[in-house]
Write a protein that binds this ligand. Sequence first.
Ligand code: NAD
Ligand code: IPM
Ligand code: MN
Length: 363
Amino acid sequence: AAPKRIAFLPGDGIGPEITDEGAKVMKATGERFGYTFQIDFGWIGGSAIDRLKNPLPEETLTLCKQADAVLLGAVGGPSWDRNPPELRPEKALLGLRKELDLFANLRPTTLFPGLEESSTLKAEVLQGVDFLVVRELTGGIYFGEKFTEETPAGERATDTLVYTEVEVERIVRRAFEIAQVRRGKVTSVDKANVLESSRLWRKVAERVAKEYPDVELDHLLVDNCAMQMIRRPADFDVIVTENMFGDILSDEAAILTGSIGLLPSASLGEGHRGLYEPVHGSAPDIAGQGVANPIATILSVALMFRYSFHDDAAAKAIEGAVNDVIASGARTMDMASTESLALSTEEVGDKVVEALKKYQPDP
Ligand code: NAD
Ligand code: IPM
Ligand code: MN
């Protein structure tokens, strides 16, 4: 088969450390399941600003448009935090998502056995946690009109939260399709008691739901959802919500799994091409030390096999290998109970590769 073209965008902070491990696991999975890769490096974020004065250089965008899948680390960091809006690393992520029309961001939250003790929550609350946040990714307050102006009351800053019916319908539909092959439950999260855009969201969700009689739909206001998510997390199956609510709720969800260093994501559009990246950021506080948890990135590679290559067996092999490594007690600092037991980023990546070679699917 033709090699899969991968746009490889390590980015800033811990990005290069974790994507190295992701690529390692991707290649090992390829060897076992019959894939070859053409991996093309691209600058993005702060490192692209420093080199090319552009957070999302044209050549990087072209690379991504020609690729079968994009593997991304993270962007951002303190040295660029005072930059003007056009020269901010985060601008690259938003631009890439928009340019590739990746409107559906899937953020699965599952608890690996043995990590209950890494979480700050009680083990019994965490039993059976297995849900998926479907976050709208190319609309809402991130992409509405924004500006600042001088007024008699001083500077005034505006962000606008806009959704069209078409935008809501396609993301809600995606959530229902996913729920059909999961446990058949969609929770739509909004702020319909206050926001006009949320009232539209809820109306569209109700209408789309009629086409999926096998899926149960309920609604939660976002503040209540934030609370229920840590009170009875095992009750959730698919959560569908707008861009910023999804951003916030998914970091909260990370704590159910034990660490933000474990949560992967897939960003998808209508086609096969996807962007795969951890939910966490560039972690400037630990960058360059070789201690970051690579598992969120490795699990993002599993999602790449599942959603871009339609290879569930390969995805399951990676997830199974991660499960085995965690069961063996291997931990990076963020998951370990004492620092002296912690392994490096590279050691954990190597262990996943070893486990992948030995992994046997359930008969
Ligand atoms: P962050 O997710 O980078 O870090 C939050 C905390 O979690 C830090 O203490 C960090 O050390 C820890 N952490 C994160 N990932 C980890 C990992 N793999 N292993 C171990 N610990 C990990 O969030 P932040 O500090 O709010 O943001 C830092 C920068 O990252 C900002 O510039 C932000 O804009 C950017 N960011 C980028 C992305 C992305 O590229 N997708 C996502 C979120 C934040
Ligand atoms: C994420 C990040 C990004 C977002 C930032 C860095 C633009 O927090 O991917 O969750 O808010 O979408
Ligand atoms: Mn985020």
